[in-house]
Design a protein around this ligand. Sequence first.
Ligand code: DC
Length: 231
Amino acid sequence: MNKKIIIAIDGYSSSGKSTIAKATAKHLGYKYIDSGSMYRTVTLFALRNNLIDKKNSIVQEEKLKNILDTVHINFKINDLKKRQEIYLNNENVEDEIREMEVSNYVSFISKIKFVREKMVRIQQELGKEKGIVMDGRDIGTVVFPDAELKLFMNAKAEVRAERRYKELKEKGVIVSYEEILENVKSRDHIDETRDESPLRKASDAIELDNSSMSEDEQLQWILGLLEKKIN
Ligand code: DC
């Protein structure tokens, strides 16, 4: 029997982490968790409760701290869509958290220490039994520093913006490429320079620039790495 491991995939926004993470999880029969969706869900919660001053991008942290205990996050498999979906207090918010409104404010929520602490606790619990692929920004550095396989994905900002643009367009979201490129760049900046768990490549992570790689090439690459880890 193959041994079950933890696979941590970190990298910049829209660097293709989730595509490769999902394909790998499917191939191995592992659980897949998109940790970014959890920060997006807290952002949606904060927006709905008017805890973000949108004009100045200021979060009412004290108020958020006081009600964060009422935020319950779960994942459930949607058999029809064959995907994992995220729930906020038993409401399916998988699609709503991908909208630009949430994308525009998520960095202001994900830099808050007490929010990160809560998310990391949930993530570690989800990985307790191994057999998991998790993607995010701090999975190899903070959430699972002992993960057996750590990857760090990157691609040029323009390539990442183009991918995101296509993704949103397919979903019928009306947004310009320029707006997305701007959002990608500003999130990179905030993710890299924040005090709490800034985006960093773990020293033992393997880096992949996938700017000019197809999905299949990426999957073959990761399967090659896995050969040595799970057998
Ligand atoms: O992967 P994504 O673009 O959906 O992530 C949304 C935001 O959440 C992104 O701006 C960075 C943040 N994030 C984080 O700080 N830590 C993680 N483990 C995952 C995401």
